[in-house]
Design a binder for this molecule. Structure first.
Ligand SMILES: NC(=O)c1ccc[n+]([C@@H]2O[C@H](COP(=O)([O-])OP(=O)(O)OC[C@H]3O[C@@H](n4cnc5c(N)ncnc54)[C@H](OP(=O)(O)O)[C@@H]3O)[C@@H](O)[C@H]2O)c1
Length: 297
């Protein structure tokens, strides 16, 4: 165990994963600096626009930052099809800015990426080194962000996650809790398979690997909960756990066209993160129970 306390800068700290990190950091020995492009009443936030490389440098230097956790991003998958430039600025160019700052300072960059960099043709859990083939702008800009981080040669850990949910922000669990409580029937697509990720578990993993100092392990890792489900399975479980009497009915993606194409299969293989960091990952139904209990409080 290294005795030095790390200075850890979190970007996009008022978003969903950022808020989960705020909770996880309460148990940490390290010093966290939470930043975002705007502030929210009640949340201590240093204003930082990740698209402005000069400001990123100034804040990183003034806070003597050892680690940057990049949770900022353009995350609206459908809207990204139109706001291509904005999505690229935030998901790709800004990731490169943060990587350049990390490289200059000798800091570690932990960058969050997505299962949507894959095309959905796989039929078994996708390992980290599978060829990416994004179907839309969101996935393409996130892939470009990963590549910018790698090519900067800064010390980095890229964590690919998927279907993030928690008590914070807007997410599928909160939407389905609301819909299944207020409608007799809800139709949900059953031909897109993936795995949900409980934000607090991912956040605890990230803060945990920094408790002993800068980790030796670098590279790209998948991190979601365990198991496989469709959005329909996910919605059915949410409805059941909430005790709602709504009928959840499966439907096909083709019946509900959206602006962005989404992968039919994006289950990520977690073998590498488990063997490298010794982390235990629960089946997706367990944290879902925890989240719904938390939301019902
Ligand atoms: N959500 C998912 O299901 C999911 C799945 C896979 C991967 N991921 C990845 O996980 C990461 C975190 O996702 P999330 O769900 O926590 O996202 P989120 O809730 O959308 O949070 C992103 C945060 O970044 C902020 N932001 C926007 N522009 C910024 C800028 N120029 N400078 C600094 N901050 C800025 C946003 O502020 P505003 O709200 O004011 O714009 C927001 O607070 C992202 O990289 C995302 O791609 C998410």
């Amino acid at each position: 165990m290294n005795d030095k306390k790390l200075n850890i800068l979190v970007t996009g700290a008022n978003g969903q994963l950022g808020c989960c990190l705020r909770d996880a950091a309460k148990a940490s020995r390290n010093r966290y600096i939470f930043t975002d492009i705007s502030d929210i009443p009640g949340l201590e936030t240093t204003l930082l626009d990740v698209c402005n490389p000069d400001t990123v440098d100034i804040v990183a230097d003034s806070e003597n930052v050892d680690v940057i956790i990049n949770c900022a991003g353009y995350t609206n998958v459908d809207k990204a099809e139109e706001e291509t430039r904005l999505a690229d600025e935030l998901n790709s160019v800004a990731a490169g800015n943060l990587a350049a700052t990390a490289k200059r300072r000798g800091a570690l960059l932990i960058h969050i990426s997505t299962d949507y960099i894959f095309g959905g043709d796989a039929s078994r859990p996708i390992p980290e080194d599978a060829p990416p083939a994004p179907l839309g702008v969101y996935g393409a800009t996130k892939l470009a962000g990963e590549n910018a981080v790698r090519s900067s040669a800064c010390r980095h850990i890229i964590l690919r996650t998927a279907w993030l949910y928690s008590k914070y922000g807007r997410n599928f669990v909160k939407t389905m809790l609301n819909l299944t409580a207020n409608h007799p029937e809800v139709k949900v697509v059953s031909d897109q398979l993936g795995t949900p990720t409980y934000g607090p578990n991912l956040a605890r993993f990230i803060t945990g690997i920094l408790e002993g100092g800068i980790p030796e392990q670098t590279g790209t890792y998948n991190f979601t909960d365990e198991g496989v489900c469709s959005w329909y399975d996910f919605a059915s479980e949410i409805c059941t756990l909430a005790g709602n009497s709504c009928k959840v009915t499966p439907c096909r993606t083709a019946d509900y066209p959206s602006r962005a194409r989404r992968p039919h299969y994006s289950v990520l293989d977690k073998s590498l993160v488990k063997s490298t960091f010794g982390v235990a990952i629960p089946h997706w139904t367990e944290p879902l129970r925890e989240c719904i209990a938390e939301l019902k409080k």
